[in-house]
Ligand binder design. Structure first.
Ligand SMILES: [Zn+2]
Ligand SMILES: [Zn+2]
Length: 414
């Protein structure tokens, strides 16, 4: 026997039994996002590497350690590690900057990061996300947060915690960055290697370090005082306070978290995360924020933007399983030609119907019907002669003879 080939480490098949969950996530996304006027966009899964270096930020782990990059015809290409950069590239390239704002887009699909595989974290994973372009007002921030909450609720995730923070604008953040660097300077040697690397390039990123010894440093009173200090300028403070007013009015409960900085370099002003308390443990299910400089940094006209992404594997692990639907009918017959015809008649009327392509024994077919369908549609010699079908409700075992012409309208009444 030939050697079997296995799926690549960190990737997974989505098997037919799991597909209904994915279909539910995708169907709800289309339904909920459409209500708010968002249109789906599908961009390629690979892009030129430079897009992510410039778009995601070259101080991030994603760009430094986790990208699947390959060469083809002297071009460096990368499997997308996230989709905001690709959507922004398409937005600029297709002249969407000239459309009257807001431009509201959503996407779903696979992303690729070379991370150590662990429970719930894969190298090929899937995200669903939204991006809104052209609106600098905090109403846009509020809308995308509301949209995320309502999408999660549509999936049955009701026990949610929204965390928000404002990172300020490049101007007011500069002073804050310097203060953070200054107060952490005496501790520099005690920081982890990642923090040491980020210290010069992007000191704010230190704040979401998950290493315990770093977290302990940030808890020291004199350091905590600087981290927790109000640094944002008047304009940023007004934006933030209006956002909070919207959230209050919309009855979205939130917690302000100064340590929330998000793993990506491009955010400014609003950042947020949503956690779900479903299934007893707390899980981050959504992350996003405002990125007003990204379109310009990628060569487009100055365009404010705000968006979020959710990991679909995480969502699936939290929502109740969706049972695969049974067939409406399974035809039991020893005349494959007649079974074919009846199946087609019913399929044309919208029913999901199968019959035995192998023409097995009647009893075998009946057994199969009871496993896979709601109704057995018995088409024996008598039924064929009299132009009828014996319809058996497999849940109640009631059986009724129905004229063939009426089968479509009668089947569910048996
Ligand atoms: Zn500011
Ligand atoms: Zn650290």
């Amino acid at each position: 026997m030939a050697k079997i080939i296995n799926v690549v480490k960190g990737t997974k098949d989505i098997l037919p039994a799991d597909a209904p969950m994915w279909q539910r996530l995708e169907k709800n996304a289309l339904e909920v996002f459409s209500k708010y006027g968002y249109k789906e966009i599908r961009t390629p899964i690979f892009e030129v590497t430079e897009l992510f270096a410039r778009g995601v930020g070259d101080t991030t782990d994603i760009v430094n350690k986790e990208m699947y990059t390959f060469e083809k015809s002297d071009r460096s290409l990368t499997l997308r590690p996230e989709n905001t950069a690709g959507v922004v590239r398409s937005f600029i390239e297709n002249g969407m900057t000239r459309l009257s704002p807001p431009v509201k887009l959503w996407y779903k699909g696979p992303m690729f990061r070379y991370e150590r595989p662990q429970a719930g974290r894969q190298r090929q994973f899937h995200q669903v996300g939204v991006e809104m372009f052209g609106v600098k007002e905090p109403a846009a921030d509020a809308e995308v947060i509301l949209l995320a909450v309502n999408y999660l609720k549509s999936l049955g995730l009701n026990d949610l915690e929204v965390e928000i923070n404002s990172l300020g604008c490049p101007e007011c953040r500069e002073a804050y960055k310097n203060k953070i660097k200054e107060v952490l300077k005496p501790e520099f040697d005690n920081l982890c290697d990642d923090c040491k690397n980020r210290y010069e390039k992007n000191p704010l990123r230190l704040l979401d370090c998950k290493v315990e010894s770093c977290k302990a440093i940030f808890e020291k009173p004199e350091i905590k005082a600087v981290i927790q200090s109000d640094f944002i300028c008047e304009a940023c403070a007004e934006h933030y306070s209006k956002l909070k007013t919207y959230l209050d009015e919309l009855k979205i409960k939130y917690i302000e978290n100064k340590l929330l900085v998000r793993g990506l370099d491009y955010y400014n002003r609003t950042v947020f995360e949503i956690k779900s308390n479903n299934l007893g443990s707390q899980n981050a299910v959504c992350g996003g924020g405002r990125y007003d400089s990204l379109v310009r940094n990628l060569g487009g006209d100055d365009t404010p933007a705000v968006g979020w992404a959710m990991g679909m594997e995480r969502l699936i692990s939290l929502i109740p399983p969706v049972e695969a639907k049974k067939l409406d009918g399974y035809i039991v017959s020893n005349s494959p030609v007649e079974a074919f015809k009846l199946a087609e008649e019913l399929r044309n009327e919208g029913f999901e119907v199968e019959f035995d392509l192998q023409n097995k024994k009647f009893t075998k077919q009946l057994e199969k019907a009871s496993k896979v369908a709601d109704y057995a549609l018995i088409l024996g010699e008598d039924e064929i002669k009299t132009n009828t079908v014996s319809v058996k409700n497999l849940a109640t075992s009631t059986q009724k003879s129905v004229a063939r012409v009426n089968i479509g309208s009668e089947i569910k009444n048996v």
